[in-house]
Design a protein. Structure first.
Lengths: 190, 190
DNA sequence: TAGCTTTCCTAGGGGTCCTAGGCAAATAAT
DNA sequence: ATTATTTGCCTAGGACCCCTAGGAAAGCTA
């Protein structure tokens, strides 16, 4: 029997593609095996189990997104950087819905530390350098920005904005405009 | 054989409790049947299928949360209303993680229109009455607020804020403070 | 070429979803 | 009160999925 040339990397990549096609919740070891023309049991030489597969997809997605955000951010600062960051984030979620969903699964602390997660946090902080926020305001702002981006993308995907005629792209642009203003006038604690 | 006294309502309620205990993704018809001391096939007289069960939980959760938000909002306006709304939202998510996750599944348009979703939208708009925003700014602000609340709660739950010492409650309070300031100084389009 | 490692296989157990058809309990009709 | 009807829960069983154990062949190493 000819070999299919599997490896953890190829399996993970195929799982990511499958997730984008059928949804992260619907990736199964069996479907993945079918895609390779292989029996499902054969995949267990390359992945530990189904959960391990999902975590691999999540880690790959985090790294991919971090790369794209880093590229979008290069040479920009202030509001330009804010918009570039947010747009890269939203574009990735739209282009790769399965991978984006994968990124939301909770990782155990060790895995999270070794992932691209810290890069994301660092880049978000980098944006805020243009706004001169001292701690702990910086952390609060990072959390709020991250929340707003993730929330928007997530609600957009689940259809939460569908029942109002206003174009979503316009709300997004205006929302970023407002967030920029908010960061420039960050209020004192109280 | 004595009957278990099942009904669509009791099954849905039990599914919601189960979701809060083991996570929305882990509710199964089998587990629910075990909880009632009944065979899994027996539940199919009360629910159409597993997806139907999930939708019922989602609709119940939307209605419950709408009730709680309405109560929290009564007699408040401006920043008080903003904080009351956001706190009710976050409290519900913490107290009922499974139900909260259920609310995120996409509903088809007819189901969504008949759900408590429109009540949520209306209440969010009610908050903004204290800030005197004209359309389309009002819609943009509604979307941004909803995004920020949902994003924050969702990231908090998946551990996205765990790697910074700043207390999450403090970030939440300060974030609401900043959002209030943003709404009071909503920028002109551009 | 002989041995070793890796890759994929078959076999099989256990779980979940769901349908079909049957019997018994609760309810309605006579 | 007896009969008829509806309803609730049952057993049986198919399809799919996850995962383990152990075997055979492909490819590498000596």
């Amino acid at each position: 029997m000819a070999r299919a040339g599997l490896s953890p990397e190829r399996v993970t990549e195929a799982a990511a593609e499958l997730a984008d096609e059928v949804g992260f919740d619907n990736i199964t070891v069996s479907a993945l095996a079918r895609r390779f023309g292989v029996k499902d049991a054969s995949l267990y030489s390359h992945i530990r189990n189904a959960q391990d597969l999902r975590i691999r997809v999540a880690l790959q997605a985090l790294a991919e997104l971090a790369d794209q955000v880093a590229e979008a951010l290069a040479g920009r600062s202030g509001k330009d950087a804010l918009i570039a960051f947010a747009s890269a984030y939203r574009s990735y979620a739209k282009a790769h819905p399965g991978r984006y969903a994968a990124m939301q699964i909770p990782l155990d602390p060790d895995t999270a530390r070794a992932s691209a997660g810290p890069r994301h946090a660092e880049m978000t902080r980098a944006i805020l350098r243009g706004y001169a926020l001292a701690e702990p305001a910086q952390t609060d702002a990072v959390r709020l920005l991250h929340s707003a981006f993730h929330g928007f993308v997530s609600l957009e995907k689940s259809g939460g904005f569908d029942h109002t005629p206003r174009a979503i792209d316009d709300s997004w642009a205006q929302g970023l405009h407002a967030l920029d203003a908010m960061l420039r006038n960050w209020p004192a604690a109280g």
